[in-house]
Design a binder for this molecule. Structure first.
Ligand code: SAM
Length: 347
């Protein structure tokens, strides 16, 4: 199996040559993750507790203004997330507005969205029509009963599957499925997911579980590591490693030997990719985060609402990017969980 491909150098998009965002470690920041709500209609047991409390939301026009400031600094890809982004009213207006923006080089932005898929069946086509490029759907099981136990919503599997198919029909391709694996919880789904990816013609990505949950579930033993996933999928059908699509690709890609189906493994715990990180995050209440695991947030919404000009917002973004952490410290002594869980940061 494994033909190993060398990891390409740090992302250096064309925009950096003009005036793009670059952090103190030489990484080009071209990827904005924007959370449009931290409300969610699922209560995935490894992610959320029962509490409803959230940090709040900005107005759609405020997100649009901030995205415009980022794009003017070299952002090339915007991923909308949450919470559950499809719960957010005005989402179509926001996508339409972002789709009208151009990169520093006059190209279209790539606009992606991460969703649990529950409302996707009816939303896929309207989102495509206003300019969404593609979707990633989160699914942590392919067994309907296990799925409903994880999401705590009866009938959720059927809804999400219909959403995945609607996204394909709408042309939001490639449709990717993200699955977070926890040992003793859903790791029995690995082989079934392999079959599912092949049958549905989607790109499946397994993600290692990170210490970002609301409860206290995480421990190194709960993480299902890349080598085990590859070994078990290889029993379904031999795998071949595929080259990365681009230099900041977070997933290691594999194809099945018969050419049907693609698997990716995102291994932030066992194979961190911080050296290639090109991301910055904006939370639903307008705080900039330079890393999922940041201990500090930067209140750009506060500045904006107090009357900052566009130039002042851009300066603040540049200063914030400059503070981006070199790497996360998961699993190291003294590691501190961030003050917010994944659902409130924006996954
Ligand atoms: N509601 C949307 C969804 O379900 O895709 C977007 C937000 S959700 C927080 C984004 C992703 O984060 C989901 O795929 C979820 O499984 C993942 N996630 C949540 N907690 C995680 C953790 N502790 N480690 C790794 N991924 C996590």
């Amino acid at each position: 199996m494994a033909i190993l491909f060398p990891i390409p150098p740090v992302a250096q998009p064309e925009s950096v040559g003009i005036a793009g965002l670059c952090d103190a470690h030489g990484r080009a920041i071209v990827d904005l993750r924007l959370s449009v709500t931290d409300r969610c209609n699922y209560r995935c047991v490894y992610c959320r507790d029962e509490a409803e409390a959230g940090f709040g939301e900005l107005k759609i026009e405020d997100y649009a203004r901030l995205v415009r400031a980022f794009v003017s600094l070299g952002i090339e890809k915007v991923r909308l997330t949450g919470g559950e982004p499809l719960l957010r009213s005005g989402l179509l207006d926001l996508i339409r507005e972002i789709a009208g923006m151009r990169t520093l080089h006059g190209r279209e932005l790539e606009i992606a969205l991460t969703t649990n898929g529950h409302l996707l069946e009816t939303m896929a086509k309207p989102m495509k029509d206003v300019g969404l490029s593609r979707v990633t759907v989160s699914m942590d099981a392919v067994d309907p009963e296990v799925f409903a136990r994880i999401t705590r919503v009866p009938g959720s599997y059927e809804r999400v599957l219909a959403g995945v198919r609607a996204a394909k029909d709408a042309g939001l391709e490639p449709v990717k499925i993200n699955c977070v694996l926890l040992r003793g919880f859903n790791d029995d789904q690995i082989e079934k997911f392999g079959e599912f990816a092949r049958k549905e013609g989607i790109i499946l990505r397994f993600i290692e579980f990170m210490p970002l949950e609301e409860g206290r579930v995480w421990s190194p033993e709960v993480v299902v590591r890349e080598c085990e996933i590859v070994e078990r999928l290889g029993r379904v059908m031999p795998l071949v490693e595929l080259p990365p699509n681009h230099s900041s690709e977070t997933a290691r890609r594999y194809g099945f030997a018969d050419g049907v189906g693609e698997i990716g493994i995102i291994a932030p715990v066992s194979r961190p990719f911080c050296g290639h990180c090109s991301r910055i995050r904006l939370t639903s209440d307008g705080k900039l985060r330079t890393c999922l695991f940041s201990q500090t947030e930067h209140d750009i919404a506060g500045k904006m609402l107090r009357g900052a000009t566009n130039d002042e917002l851009r300066t603040y973004i540049r200063e914030t990017v400059n503070t981006k952490e070199a790497r996360h410290h998961i699993g190291e002594p003294g590691f501190l969980k961030p003050s917010r869980s994944m659902v409130h940061i924006g996954g």
